[in-house]
Design a protein around this ligand. Structure first.
Ligand SMILES: [Fe+2]
Ligand SMILES: [Fe+2]
Length: 294
């Protein structure tokens, strides 16, 4: 499957890129001793990014009591990690916005944001040390679908139409149609963008969590968040999943083994507990989505 994915990749000359400013801002934000002035200057050097930071900090999502009009104040108010999240997610959306898709891109991003938000929730429940990371990688776990949808548009559209109202998942159908799936294609993209190894692992194995080696707990978190969102929330034209498969069963085992806090005894009760918090998550996703997309 990986060979097929690489072959697909090789044939494409206009691969999406991440602007250099984004990599710079992210590495600066990772350094906790970094001076907020340096980071503000860096953000200000990209007007689109600066405007976006101001817009998001003033959106209902962050409920600031008074209007925040400077990048430096926005950074202090939101905190480094939230700004890192925001920059990454908005550039992903931006980078793929112009690319025509055979599916509804809004549904795709709503699924991605939901998986990010649920991953963060699960990460908190199990005491995973970096909940922001769980959120970020949750958002980008399906990035390979955007690639396949754009660069193999007609075929991907035919494939989706063919599995509509069937029990086939997009993962299974992709394998039959393309001999590879969004997981391998997503991995090629993540490697091209020099993502950290744990991100690559989640993108590559969120449908085969038993294969994860870098950070099995992180992959398990995203795998279950994805399953939850597909089966309870955004099931529809993009993918279907209702019965836990081997990947989810394994993810659940890993979660139980590695959780630092007590969790529900069975997967079903765990997922139904998640459902209770879904309304909050869904409100949060709506707000973030609207403040980034408009
Ligand atoms: Fe997926
Ligand atoms: Fe997904």
């Amino acid at each position: 499957m990986m060979i097929k994915a690489r072959k697909l990749f090789k044939e494409i000359s206009d691969l999406p890129t991440i602007p250099a400013i984004v990599s710079k801002v992210i590495s600066l934000l990772d350094n906790h001793d970094a001076d907020p002035d340096d980071i503000a200057d860096m953000i200000l050097s990209d007007q689109v990014l600066a405007a976006r930071v101001i817009r998001v900090v003033n959106s209902p999502l962050y409920r600031s009591s008074s209007e925040i009009s400077s990048v430096k104040r926005a950074l202090l108010y939101l905190g480094f990690k939230s700004v890192r999240e925001m920059i990454l997610t908005s550039y992903f959306i931006e980078g793929f916005k112009q690319k025509e898709q055979p599916f509804d891109i809004k549904t795709f991003w709503m699924h991605s944001f939901s998986v990010g938000a649920i991953s963060r929730r699960i990460a908190t429940m199990v005491g995973y040390e970096d909940v922001e990371k769980a959120y970020l990688v949750g958002i980008i776990h399906d990035i390979g679908k955007v690639f396949l949808g754009h660069y193999c548009r007609e075929e991907y559209g035919r494939m989706l139409a063919g599995i509509n109202n069937t029990s086939y998942t997009t993962y299974e159908a992709e394998y039959e149609f393309f001999g590879t799936t969004h997981s391998e294609v997503g991995l090629c993209l993540a490697q091209r963008w020099n993502f950290p190894a744990s991100y690559c692992d989640v993108i590559s194995y969120h449908h085969a969590s038993e294969m994860a080696t870098e950070d099995p707990l992180l992959t398990a978190i995203v795998s279950l968040a994805d399953f939850f969102c597909l089966s309870h929330v955004t099931a529809g034209s993009l993918a279907q999943a209702s019965i836990p498969g081997m990947s989810e069963e394994n993810a659940w085992k890993v979660l139980k083994q590695l959780s630092k806090k007590p969790i529900a005894p069975g997967l079903e009760s765990f997922l139904s507990d998640m459902f209770d918090t879904y309304e909050d998550v869904s409100r949060e996703v709506d707000l973030l989505f609207n403040s980034l997309i408009t």
